[in-house]
Design a protein around this ligand. Structure first.
Ligand code: SF4
Length: 479
């Protein structure tokens, strides 16, 4: 009988990478590989990486070097690096880090399981680099994943790549042209996930609003959401990464009418000054952005809006930055991710002459976060006394018995949590709660007397998710 390798996978990056990592783990397990939690115990270490900004590249390299140390010291026989970093820098890094056996591009990740087996049988061709075959085929199914999120929520990738041309963003070069997953495949995956106990489905893509344009001759996110709402067992759906230029009225109507869809949207605006937005190539200006926010708030009462902005884009003047600050003061987003501009080679903005000094970028970032902190704290206090349905994620503090949960307004691993004081709660259960306090960004709640609604199925033990472009939620995270 052939030797089955022990494999440990380290997943870095955003929820989109989580889906890829879960698919790799599913394929490794299906091929007979034994998954182990600790890298130091594994014969094969797979690192699924991120590289969209400097911070993510540094984290990926740090983890690769840690794995190299395991390989030198321990039982690890092979080191495989997949994902965005391998795609973007594999050719250069191959010479710099010869301990990595294979760099696997983003379109070749389905071969990781076979590489793990080859490594165990000592048939792995040392330092081979898998070329990426760029494709415009529809996105394949991610069914058969071994999920690493808690059982009651899952990410579902509806498309891959991006056809937008944002001047600061390297993602289209890494992930390729936009490719949607056929709607029947999305629905099939959703049904499979619901049958596996998923109560909250989180739809992800580089630009989720562009869904279907390549397959159906027009954007089809609204009909997809409509159909997904009929999948039995799903209680909540959540949409991430909506591009403001593609958010049409049909989509606003669907968000308003769809009872399963959380009234929560992540719409990265990146800036508000017209000149900056034009140079960022964002396809919308201040007027369109303000109009979208206003229409959403008018037509979807109680909607929670998350956005992200970049400070220190080349040429950003003090006045343009102040315009952004004033806008954020007035717009009062519920959640904000702010990033210092990171110059990425290969992007249109990379050679722009008017770089903003790093110290100025940092000052602007700090100033912006102070503004948002005051807004967020005020908004949190305003919720005290309200009744909300809360989905319990996990037991937060074993000694005090305080649970961590979320309402429709918090995406897992991205937004704050709600601390729920209650006995006999269960991860994956939904509870009617009263918000009894606010602690900075986080809320404190207590269940109100109501019949307990059990999750769809009993829970299984899972590895905890210990961590967490147009990616306000595309923060580096390590699993
Ligand atoms: S920022 Fe988002 S929408 Fe723009 S190119 Fe990057 S991934 Fe696409």
């Amino acid at each position: 009988m052939p030797h089955q390798p022990t494999v440990s996978l380290i997943s870095l990056g955003c929820p989109k990478t989580v889906v890829d990592s879960e698919k790799i783990l599913g394929q490794v397990a299906e091929a007979g590989g034994l998954i182990c939690a600790r890298a130091e115990d594994a014969e094969v270490i797979v690192i699924n990486t991120c590289s969209f900004i400097e911070e993510a590249i540094e984290e990926s390299l740090e983890v690769i070097h840690e794995a190299v140390a395991h390989k030198k010291a321990g039982r690890c026989r092979a080191l495989i690096v997949s994902g965005c970093l391998a795609q973007r820098f594999g050719a250069q890094l191959r010479a710099q880090i010869p301990e990595v056996d294979v760099w696997v591009g983003v379109d070749e990740e389905h071969r990781v399981a076979e590489l793990c087996r080859a490594a165990a049988e000592e048939k792995l061709e040392h330092c081979a680099r898998l070329q990426t075959a760029r494709t415009r085929e529809p996105l394949h199914s991610h069914a058969g994943r071994l999920r690493i999120t808690p059982r009651h929520y899952a990410y579902l990738k509806i498309s891959e790549g991006c056809d937008n041309v944002c001047a600061f963003c390297i993602i289209p070069k890494i992930r390729g042209r936009h490719r949607s997953k056929p709607s029947e495949t999305v629905l099939e995956e959703a049904r499979e996930l619901a049958a596996d106990g998923v109560a909250e489905l989180i739809l992800v893509a580089q630009d989720s609003t562009d869904y279907g344009r390549d397959l159906y001759g027009g954007r089809q996110l609204a009909p997809l959401l409509h159909d997904l709402a009929r999948v039995p067992g799903l209680r909540w759906m959540r949409l991430l990464y909506a591009f403001p230029a593609h958010f049409g009225d049909d989509l606003i109507d669907e968000v308003a009418a769809n009872e399963r869809l959380c009234k929560y949207l992540d719409i990265p605006i990146q800036h508000i000054n017209d000149q900056i937005l034009r140079r960022m190539r964002r396809e919308v200006g201040r007027r369109e952005t303000e109009s979208l926010i206003q229409r959403l708030r008018e037509r979807v009462p109680g909607i929670v809006l998350r956005t992200s902005v970049i400070v220190g884009f080349p040429g950003e003047t003090d006045e343009q930055f102040e315009e952004l600050v004033e806008f954020l003061h007035a717009a009062r987003f519920d959640r904000l991710g702010a990033f210092r501009y990171s110059a990425e080679e290969g992007t249109a903005a990379f050679r722009h002459p008017d770089a903003v000094p790093e110290t100025v970028k940092q000052q602007r970032l700090d100033q912006l976060m102070e503004v948002q902190k005051a807004i967020a704290f005020e908004k949190a206090r305003a919720v005290v006394g309200r009744k909300l349905e809360i989905l319990i994620d996990r037991l937060g503090d074993r000694r005090s018995g305080v649970w961590e949960g979320r309402s429709y307004g918090e995406a897992p691993e991205i937004d704050g949590v709600i601390h729920v004081q209650g006995r006999d709660l269960k991860p994956g259960g939904f509870y009617d709660c009263e918000i009894v306090g606010a602690d900075g960004y986080d809320l404190i709640a207590r269940p109100v007397a109501s019949p307990f609604r059990a999750p769809a199925r009993a829970l299984r033990v899972l590895a905890p998710a210990n961590g967490t472009g147009d990616s306000s939620s595309c923060r580096p995270r390590r699993l």
